[in-house]
Design a protein around this ligand. Structure first.
Ligand SMILES: N[C@@H](CCC(=O)N[C@@H](CS)C(=O)NCC(=O)O)C(=O)O
Length: 75
């Protein structure tokens, strides 16, 4: 699984699934996209049409929204 996040200090939305995966020892690749930069929108668009983080990629499946990711992981 790949978890695309912003900044764990300033994006609590990003921190939610990151913490859940880390706490439970679920292996995942962490990808950080710097927020509020000139290229942020383009960079986020590579992962989701929503244009926001966090985003979880699991094979062909993409899950967006922190709570949806948490529900997917624990399901
Ligand atoms: N409800 C969403 C909120 C996600 C969200 O607002 N993410 C912000 C960072 S905290 C974002 O990606 N902003 C990028 C932008 O607006 O360019 C969730 O829970 O994941």
């Amino acid at each position: 699984m790949k978890l695309v996040i912003g900044n764990k200090n300033y994006s609590s939305w990003s921190l939610r699934p990151w913490f859940l995966l880390s706490f439970h020892g679920v292996p995942f690749e962490e990808v950080r996209v710097p927020l509020n930069q000139e290229g942020t929108h383009v960079a986020l668009g590579r992962y989701t049409e929503a244009g926001k983080v966090p985003v979880l990629e699991d094979g062909d499946l993409t899950v967006w929204d922190s709570l949806a990711i948490c529900e997917y992981v624990i399901a």
